[in-house]
Design a protein around this ligand. Structure first.
Ligand SMILES: Cc1cc2nc3c(=O)[nH]c(=O)nc-3n(C[C@H](O)[C@H](O)[C@H](O)COP(=O)(O)OP(=O)(O)OC[C@H]3O[C@@H](n4cnc5c(N)ncnc54)[C@H](O)[C@@H]3O)c2cc1C
Length: 395
């Protein structure tokens, strides 16, 4: 036993000294942890030394992830709420619908970190380094990761460190899904705990795409989020006064704020994969795994990680990991239209919900529809805008 401990510590010393790993995962957020977890479940990777470099302690509830899913899912154990119904509202249109066969599920960031960090730390081949990454460079058969402490290297590096490269180009418009959300407790029972408010466009649009998103936990408690799909962020007070106005309009009575969250998620058809190399692959939002037209990333990352792990077993250059599909082109056109006519977002979404069954919409947004279903969705949009965007892109 003593000998075993001695050889393990000798080996750990060697890895630390060489600062060389088989795999380095940069960023221990959603995508990084999903990837580390998937690798830990595969015997093919158990003998590899894997480092996860994350600058934060990840001990706060820094975000709430929601996604829709059919039947049981891998992360049900930490799903803290789920809903079977949803509401969509826009000027002159209201639809409350059953989400079947899906349920809309919610995971608190903190529950995800609390589950995954201790679980992954049990793996003797995984090394958790709390350091700040300052640069990543890739050369022919190696990749170096420079942190505030030292430099590590590995033949395969996966990075979810946020990038701003997409802001320095003008080939693709860049919108943001930006929001502030309050978890509130209200005096009056104004929420329906069975139904999530997916999009409520009955708020002043001010020439943008602006809506309320409400996750109700009880008749008195909910996460109420004022969200925009637009180019420029607002002052915090503007989001917050919109939430206040919404709650007043619903006659909430006295309101206590339990928690706040804030986010800004890039919405762009920019080709993030151009920065991948044979030994460096960008993952998560930094890898273009955010659905450009909606900002949803979590469930897509779950799916991408499964595909990636299968791909890694083939030992091919990382840049060959296929990421593109017809949906990238649809998102590109949608964002071209939304960027140019930002005040028309509510109309675009309204027509999509008005003319399509919810199952088709959610499966389209999940990138699982057939060509004829895609055509049905597209026919519901104002055709002139999209034809003009298509012509511009083609010629
Ligand atoms: C408030 C909020 C709510 C969201 N809600 C949803 C939702 O409901 N559904 C959905 O699908 N998506 C949602 N998203 C979008 C998306 O799912 C999340 O942003 C998701 O966390 C993206 O995963 P990621 O791994 O790419 O990035 P992250 O989870 O942000 O992970 C990146 C990690 O890298 C670390 N890091 C950054 N810089 C460095 C550095 N220099 N050195 C070391 N570490 C570094 C960060 O601390 C972080 O832990 C939300 C985003 C936010 C911000």
């Amino acid at each position: 036993m003593q000998q075993a401990i001695q050889s393990i510590s000798l080996f750990l010393g060697a890895v630390e000294k060489n600062k060389r790993f088989d795999i380095i995962i940069c960023g221990g957020g959603a995508a990084g942890l999903l990837l580390a977890n998937a690798l830990s479940n595969e015997t093919a990777f158990k003998h590899l030394h894997i480092a996860i470099i994350e600058k934060e302690e990840k001990n706060t509830n820094d975000r709430t992830w929601c996604f829709w899913e059919e039947g049981e899912g891998k992360w049900d154990e930490i799903v803290s709420n789920s809903w079977g119904k949803a509401l969509f509202k826009a000027k002159g249109y209201r639809s409350e619908f059953d989400l079947a066969p899906y349920r809309y599920k919610m995971i608190k960031g903190i529950d995800f970190y609390k589950k995954l960090y201790p679980l992954l730390k049990k793996n003797k081949n995984m090394y958790f380094l709390q350091e700040e990454i300052e640069g990543i460079s890739s050369n022919r058969d190696n990749c170096s990761v420079r942190t505030n402490a030292t430099t590590y290297s590995a033949p395969r590096v996966f990075s979810s460190i946020p990038t701003t490269k997409f802001k320095k180009q003008n080939q693709f418009p860049v919108l943001q899904q930006h929001f502030i959300g309050w978890v509130v407790k209200t005096q009056a029972p104004i929420f329906d705990p069975k139904s999530v408010v997916f999009m409520d466009f009955e708020v002043p649009q001010k020439n943008n795409t602006r809506f309320m998103y409400v996750l109700p936990f009880s008749k008195h408690e909910a996460l109420v989020e004022y969200t925009l799909f637009s180019k420029d962020l607002l002052e915090d007070k503007e989001y917050e006064s919109a939430i206040q106005a919404y709650l007043e309009d619903k006659k909430a009575g006295e309101v206590s704020i339990i928690e706040k969250e804030k986010g800004s998620i890039p919405m762009t058809a920019y080709d993030f994969s151009q920065h991948n190399t044979a030994n460096l692959l960008h993952i998560g939002t930094a890898g273009g795994w955010t659905k450009a037209s909606t900002g949803f990333t979590f469930q897509k990352s779950v799916q991408k990680v499964d595909q990636l792990v299968a791909f890694m077993k083939k030992n091919k250059p990382l840049k060959d990991f296929k990421q593109k599909s017809k949906f990238n082109f649809y998102d590109l056109l949608f964002l071209d239209v939304l960027a140019k006519h930002n005040g028309e977002g509510s109309l675009l979404f309204k027509q999509m919900f008005q003319y399509n069954p919810p199952k088709r919409i959610f499966s389209f947004l999940e990138e699982k529809t057939s060509l004829w279903q895609d055509v049905a969705i597209m026919r519901s949009f104002p055709i002139r805008r999209f034809v003009s965007a298509l012509i511009k892109r083609l010629f």
